[in-house]
Design a protein around this ligand. Sequence first.
Ligand code: CMP
Length: 140
Amino acid sequence: PEEQTLALIKPEAAKTHKDEIMNKVKEAGFNISKIKEQALTREMAAQIYKDHQGKPFFDELVNCMTEGPSVIMVLSKENAVEEWRNLMGPADPEEAKKTCPESIRAQFAHDILSNAVHGSSNVEHAERSIQFAFGELDAD
Ligand code: CMP
């Protein structure tokens, strides 16, 4: 069935590789249902990365995600959550280069933290993050 996911081009990649990443999104057949360019607030970053709260890299991750404008998108496609994760590749670009050389992270990620793109990890997460990024919903 048609599905939606929240996809971000992280600030550093939004500055340096936006057009190349957007081309890969389109080539892969995603429909871009919504798009805006905006710096995440710390509150938005904390919501998107709720499951990572308490991890040693959490503060650094929030800093990295709020340092400049991200490209924030809702992508639609059959099986969009998993398809976007496949196109992103593994979080660690070194691993991505070895195992998924065609992936976005293999080609454009800097390091594991500033790794070019983000995508929701499951459908429920996607729905919540989309509401939070584009809707009126408050963080819970
Ligand atoms: P992302 O897909 O945005 O979702 C969680 C993010 O946490 C991940 O990409 C990385 O940017 C970051 N991350 C995950 N593991 C580590 C790690 N071991 N060290 C630093 N950052 C990490």
